[in-house]
Write a protein that binds this ligand. Structure first.
Ligand code: HEC
Ligand code: HEC
Ligand code: HEC
Ligand code: HEC
Ligand code: HEC
Ligand code: HEC
Ligand code: HEC
Length: 268
């Protein structure tokens, strides 16, 4: 826990310094006006206990999550800020005084990911890489994949992304359906090959071209200059000049990288 707290104060200090830079980036790349939450004009921080009366189950679940452990001593506009619900939703006094309600003086990060970016600046950068999930574009949100209040608390990842492949299955049926010939790599999780927030590589891959596959499938030099991959000669002397044809999955060989129903060597 100690470690977590020190990370946080570091992060928060950095926000002060970077706030202007963040705004510049968002104005240049996003076509709407982005106010940096959690600042809600005129509102003060009231603490998590004030939310219990109306959002009891959320408060109860939330107490078990990583984010509830953050203790942040605010500066300037953030004086009195003690973390908890208001770290993402902004100061709650006006919302509470108004008796709550949608769109009533409270930030909903589903529509405003800036609320998460304040602390996860690196994620903002990832979503701006050339190949990324369309979150900045407003087509999805952090909560498409993360449960912010931690309903699935019994998972190793602190309730976030409980089962990685299941999260992706909501939207990507083709890649997540069962296959007669499965690719074991997929069982390890989509994130073994995809950098899911964003990547410099097409299809958000972690590595480019053959490098992706060779991470796990070693090339072994055989006699007379042959190169073996998984028991099969793939290059060198003889008829199997596979590597000369191009990429492992782009040259028509192992096109069914997510699994195949037809061929154990992962072909369609
Ligand atoms: C890590 C950031 C974060 C923290 C901390 C947090 N929330 Fe949320 N909250 C979210 C996000 C993201 C959503 C949008 C969820 C969605 O997609 O529907 C949300 C949505 C909500 C909603 C609206 C739910 C709905 O049905 O639309 C309520 C109410 C709420 N939060 C209350 C709380 C309370 C109370 C706490 C403290 C116990 C809290 N939140 C702490 C991120 C957070
Ligand atoms: C007097 C009751 C009351 C209190 C106290 C209260 N809320 Fe709410 N809040 C509501 C109601 C009612 C809604 C409308 C949505 C719903 O019914 O769940 C709401 C909605 C929200 C939403 C979603 C807003 C949106 O635009 O989608 C968030 C986030 C939220 N509350 C956070 C909080 C936080 C954080 C606190 C504590 C600081 C808090 N609320 C205290 C009654 C309350
Ligand atoms: C006040 C700062 C703050 C805000 C706001 C915030 N986070 Fe975090 N978050 C942290 C810290 C600190 C950690 C723990 C250290 C780490 O892993 O970076 C963390 C961890 C996480 C993790 C990783 C959990 C794990 O098990 O590794 C996820 C996912 C996450 N946050 C998502 C979000 C999302 C989504 C939002 C917005 C709805 C959000 N955070 C808002 C500070 C924040
Ligand atoms: C398309 C699904 C998806 C979306 C959308 C998404 N995430 Fe993630 N996120 C993941 C997955 C999957 C992991 C686990 C990555 C891993 O284990 O390598 C993760 C991990 C994280 C982590 C912890 C590990 C790390 O890389 O630091 C943080 C923090 C985080 N996400 C924040 C966010 C924030 C903030 C948003 C919204 C701005 C967001 N994520 C949107 C899928 C998503
Ligand atoms: C809420 C729906 C949703 C979820 C959940 C989701 N995605 Fe996506 N994904 C999309 C959308 C929308 C696109 C953009 C498609 C486009 O641009 O045509 C996309 C694009 C992709 C692409 C790039 C496709 C291309 O043609 O470049 C990959 C790879 C991908 N997602 C993997 C994942 C993984 C892995 C997960 C789970 C961690 C995941 N997605 C979760 C909606 C989702
Ligand atoms: C072994 C590495 C690997 C794993 C694991 C993996 N993928 Fe992929 N994925 C790829 C490669 C390589 C491509 C690009 C294929 C191409 O260009 O023909 C790709 C492409 C995609 C695309 C784009 C499809 C299209 O038609 O353009 C989506 C969506 C996707 N993957 C989702 C997922 C999901 C969801 C998972 C987890 C169930 C997953 N991937 C696991 C390697 C992998
Ligand atoms: C995370 C590690 C990992 C990555 C990355 C990976 N694989 Fe695999 N792959 C495996 C494992 C484990 C097996 C099953 C054991 C075996 O046959 O080597 C497998 C099996 C295969 C098979 C079936 C072997 C056979 O009998 O013909 C093919 C084909 C294959 N992978 C191709 C690829 C391609 C193409 C890529 C790149 C897109 C790739 N793999 C990336 C781990 C991985």
């Amino acid at each position: 826990m100690k470690q977590l707290k020190s990370t946080t104060s570091l992060t928060i200090t950095a926000i002060g310094v970077l706030a202007t830079a963040v705004l510049v980036i968002s104005c240049a790349t996003v076509k709407r006006v982005v106010a940096p939450p959690p600042i809600i004009p005129g509102a003060k921080f009231v603490g998590m206990d004030q939310c219990t009366a109306c959002h009891e189950s959320i408060v109860k679940n939330f107490k078990l999550t990583q984010h509830s452990q953050l203790e942040i001593s605010g500066e300037g506009d953030r004086v009195g800020f003690a973390g908890g619900c208001e770290s993402c939703h902004g100061p709650g006094s006006l919302h509470v005084d108004a008796g709550g309600g949608r769109g009533k003086f409270i930030v909903n990060p589903k529509k405003e990911p800036e609320s998460c970016f304040q602390c996860h600046l690196d994620k903002k950068a990832e979503f701006h890489l050339q190949y990324h999930h369309p979150l900045i574009e407003g087509k999805m949100s952090c909560t498409s994949c993360h449960d912010p209040h931690g309903a699935n608390i019994n998972t190793p990842k602190g309730a976030f992304v409980a089962r990685v492949n299941a999260q992706c299955a909501q939207c990507h049926r083709e890649q997540t359906k069962p296959h007669v010939f499965e690719h074991e790599a997929v069982r390890e999780g989509c994130v073994t090959c995809h950098q899911v927030h964003g990547s410099i590589n097409p299809k958000m891959l972690t590595e480019r071209d053959n490098n992706l596959c060779l991470k796990c499938h070693a090339q072994v030099a055989g006699l007379s200059g042959q190169v073996f991959i998984g028991q099969m000669p793939h290059a060198g002397f003889g008829p199997s000049q596979f590597l000369q044809r191009g990429g492992c999955y782009s040259a028509g060989c192992h096109t069914a990288v997510h699994g195949s129903d037809l061929n154990s060597h992962l072909r369609y």
